[in-house]
Design a protein around this ligand. Structure first.
Ligand SMILES: Cc1cc2nc3c(=O)[nH]c(=O)nc-3n(C[C@H](O)[C@H](O)[C@H](O)COP(=O)(O)O)c2cc1C
Length: 305
């Protein structure tokens, strides 16, 4: 046991990343059922009631613990927070902002709050505000990223705070899992490796692109605008970079990314879609059930039955 299993009531010390447009109630249920903490991603949910629907879908499929990932920039966040409380969601992870204003309400409802942090200084601030743990996400990961690598971020965050630290970014196999535990993390949040899960609801073209990609086939868009996002190299990411250099503003670029993720996920548009993926894509070579992926990553970790 690493402590994370006990804290969240799960078999493996793994959280499935709350990937926008991908982490549906059905996918989160499959991950929870397989022994991880499944998360429903709200990044692609336009109206708050859509979240309630996904929670109900999940609960029809599993009675295992799960969570919701709130993107705090989403204008529906206030309503989504209320829904998490009404629906007695056990765990909330947060990204893209400071969950401080919601902390009291979450605590009163007995919800565990686990923010995603890109730097130790933010982890310190969130510990003071009452976070139960943090997810320290290194820039190897797919999607929105910070500057620090998992290798540097995890130990520095562990040293900076006394609440548990979960590593994210660059964990796709057993060696990397063992490594982040050695760095002091109590578990890992995983995105890219789960894109290739049988149960993952992305278009097969997107899955194929991840399977084919090598570790050097990702690129970071949005660095100039301050919204860095790691994606696979394709026509869209190359065009994005040239738009960025031409001076497009932050909001324009963000809309461009979100819309294009939907095109990749739902339409399988691998030319103009945004194929968010992390550097572990070079290790992801076959489509397998979630249960098999998790069992492989956690092989040999003490305390897993
Ligand atoms: C396609 C994709 C979409 C993502 N969307 C989100 C999101 O909406 N919210 C979030 O907190 N993290 C998001 N992430 C990050 C994951 O939750 C997770 O932290 C990350 O993938 C871990 O690193 P890895 O890709 O190396 O496994 C996304 C990642 C991917 C690959």
């Amino acid at each position: 046991m690493t402590g994370l299993q006990e804290m969240l009531g799960i078999r493996y010390p793994i959280i499935q990343g709350g990937m926008a447009n991908i982490a549906t109630g059905a996918f989160a249920a499959a991950c929870s059922d397989a022994g991880a903490l499944g998360l429903i991603g709200t990044g692609g949910i336009r109206e708050a009631e859509g979240l309630r629907k996904e929670i109900h879908i999940l609960r029809e499929r599993t009675d295992k613990p799960f969570g919701v990932n709130l993107m705090l920039m989403n204008p529906e966040t206030d309503k989504m927070v209320e829904i998490c409380i009404e629906e007695k969601v056990p765990v909330v992870t947060t990204g893209a902002g400071n969950p401080g204003i919601y902390m009291e309400a979450f605590k009163a409802a007995g919800i565990k709050v686990i923010p995603v942090v890109p730097a130790p200084i933010l982890a310190k601030r969130l510990e003071k505000l009452g976070a139960d743990a943090v997810i320290a996400e290194g820039c190897e990961s797919g999607g929105h990223i910070g500057e620090m690598t998992t290798m540097t971020l995890v130990p520095q965050t562990v040293d900076a705070i006394s609440i548990p630290v979960i590593a994210a970014g660059g964990v796709a196999d057993n060696r990397q899992m063992q490594a982040v535990l050695t760095l002091g993390a109590c578990g890992a949040q995983i995105g890219t490796a789960l894109l290739a899960a049988e149960e993952c609801p992305i278009h097969e073209n997107y899955k194929e692109a991840v399977l084919k990609a090598s570790g050097s086939d990702t690129i970071v868009t949005g660095r100039i605008a301050g919204v860095p996002v790691r994606v696979l190299k394709n026509q869209m990411s190359r065009e994005y970079l040239s738009q960025e250099k031409a001076g497009a503003d932050k909001m324009e670029l963000e809309k461009f990314t979100l819309g294009s993720l939907r095109r990749a996920v739902f339409d399988g548009d691998i030319k103009t879609g945004s194929l968010m993926a992390g550097q572990t894509c070079g290790q992801v070579t076959k489509i397998r059930p979630v249960a098999e992926i998790l069992a492989d990553i956690c092989r040999g970790i003490p305390g897993i039955s």
